[in-house]
Ligand binder design. Structure first.
Ligand code: NAD
Length: 506
């Protein structure tokens, strides 16, 4: 055991030395580099200070308190943001209740749909502005905000706009009623997309909303509030309250809510469950995950390697459904890992606004600290750390793409959600062993299966305890497809027809 720990520490030292070697990527070794291709920031105008969005207007917090949102790639403050407290929550919930009773609730679904279509179209029209702002505030690469976050957010509004006048045909009875006022708390990893996942189905079903974005990424939710104004949405239908955890706690505790929807960590989800228990408020929770990405020896290797990379390095691994545990069939392990290492050496880490960047910044110093702490536990428990040589910028929050091999199921890096670009590799021999290891987790959000055998995909997906099972792909999202978890990953589904159920009194 002591030897293992020593070996782990030596590997960590080696990895750290390699990572610090500047500018050495595979591309560099081949003698050529990508020229910088920065996306212009000109399209975004960022105010020095932002208020809360209550009853259709931007207003300061009752207390006058503000906090800074910081660019994680540079550590520079971007803007001051109003910090809402219980008094602001009261104002927002009252505005939402009035809008529900007088405007949005009585409005025919076909009229509500027009507003949702309008929001979707404006999101498309202003997509570059949203993409740049999201990359600045969150640290994720522009190619992801441009090609994934923003188009999917617009697609959600389009999709649920289509349901607004068809609720009687959604399988919840002929005349399902909205719940009323929804309090919605979201995380920082997909700031605009999570806002769309929450708002679009709630509004389509006839509810009004008070949304609390994460404190490190409030800017695109506030720009979305501006879009609501631009779309002529009646005041009070959508309210946005910025602030930290206390703001979220004050919101979920407000007696004027009919529904609480939360996406975030399992620990906070449990707190919210306790706060809501016995109040009669409806609750859905989308929490953490520790997904198994399972590669059989008959899988097409290059395709599987792309799926592994997408599974854990997309959005720097800060994805609830990330394929953070790679299970490789033993007979294919050396070959797959060899290709994976070669592929990782081609990933480009750096400026999130550069169109060539694959790996952006970690969202906050706090999150970086958590990734470091869990990775260090991997070294200490005897796993072997490997990262490709890559230069980390001197300012900002960065972590290199990292693989741990020699991981056992009892290691913390195999059990706990790291929420960073860190892959824990385990092996298996038989399909049954793969299922047993994949299900050996308190979470149950997603899983991936890579094999050329259709029958094996079906066999596996019937046995994997996960809300979503991807076959020969990973991290694929569609507004028509329900998403959600089991166990410590939460309950309730977002997306698809199922996503309406959370906002209907059916
Ligand atoms: P977090 O739980 O720390 O924060 C999420 C949100 O809750 C933030 O807006 C925060 O301000 C607020 N909050 C904090 N304490 C609160 C309290 N006591 N009461 C009410 N609100 C409170 O999570 P995070 O670090 O922002 O996000 C990462 C987590 O989110 C990961 O665990 C990830 O797996 C999960 N996540 C899940 C999904 C999903 O669909 N299942 C999607 C994205 C992220």
């Amino acid at each position: 055991m002591a030897d293992d720990a020593e070996r782990g520490k030596a590997a960590a030292r080696r990895a750290t030395r390699e990572v610090r070697r500047p500018g050495a990527t595979l591309t560099a070794e081949r003698g050529w580099q990508y020229a910088p291709a920065p996306e212009s920031r000109e399209i975004v105008s960022i105010e020095p200070e932002y208020g809360l969005f209550v009853d259709g207007e931007f207003v300061p917090a009752a207390s006058g308190r503000t906090f800074a949102t910081v660019n994680p790639a540079t550590e520079e403050p971007i803007a001051q943001i109003a910090s809402a407290d219980a008094a602001d929550v009261g104002r927002a919930v009252t505005a939402a209740r009035t809008a529900f009773e007088r405007a949005w609730g009585p409005m025919p679904g076909s009229e509500r749909a027009k507003y949702l279509y309008r929001i979707a179209r404006i999101l498309q029209e202003r997509s570059r502005e949203f993409a740049v702002l999201e990359s600045i505030d969150n640290g994720k690469p522009i190619k992801e905000t441009r090609d994934v976050d923003i188009p999917l957010a617009a697609a959600h509004f389009f999709y649920y706009a289509g349901w607004a006048d068809k609720l009687g045909y959604a399988g919840f009875g002929s005349d399902p009623r909205p719940l009323g006022v929804a309090g919605q708390v979201i995380p920082w990893n997909f700031p605009l997309l999570m806002a769309a996942w929450k708002l679009a189905p709630a509004l389509a079903a006839g509810n009004t909303c008070v949304l609390k974005p994460a404190e490190t990424t409030p800017l695109t939710a506030l720009l979305l509030a501006e879009v609501c104004q631009q779309a002529g949405l009646p005041p009070g239908v959508v309210n946005v309250l910025t602030g930290a955890g206390e703001t979220g706690a004050a919101l979920v505790a407000h007696p004027g809510l009919d529904k609480v929807a939360f996406t975030g960590s399992t620990a906070v989800g449990k707190e919210i469950s306790r706060a809501v228990a016995g109040t009669g408020k409806r609750l859905t929770l989308e929490l953490g995950g520790k997904a198994a990405n399972i590669v059989f020896d008959d899988a097409p290797a290059d395709q599987a390697v792309e799926g592994i990379v997408n599974g854990i390095f997309f959005n720097q691994g800060q994805v609830c459904c990330a394929g953070s545990r790679l299970l490789i069939q033993e007979s294919a392990a050396d070959a797959v890992l060899g290709r994976l290492r070669a592929r990782l050496a081609t990933l480009r880490l750096g400026d999130p606004l550069d169109k060539n960047t694959d790996i952006g910044a970690i969202n906050s110093a706090e999150q970086l600290g958590r990734i470091r702490e869990l990775s260090d536990s991997g070294d200490a428990e005897g796993a072997e750390r490997w990262s490709p040589p890559c230069e980390l910028p001197s300012r900002g929050f960065w972590f290199p793409p990292t693989i741990f091999t020699g991981v056992s199921q009892s290691h913390r890096i195999a059990r706990e959600e790291i929420f960073g670009p860190v892959l824990s590799v385990l092996t298996f021999r038989t399909p049954q062993e793969a299922v047993t290891k994949a299900n050996n987790t308190p979470y149950g959000l997603s899983a991936g299966v890579w094999t050329e055998k259709g029958s094996r995909i079906l066999w596996m997906s019937q046995r994997l305890r996960a809300g979503v099972v991807w076959a020969n792909t990973f991290n694929r999202f569609d507004p028509a497809s329900p998403f959600g978890g089991y166990g410590e990953s939460g309950f309730g589904r977002e997306g698809g027809r199922h996503g309406l159920a959370a906002y209907l009194d059916a």
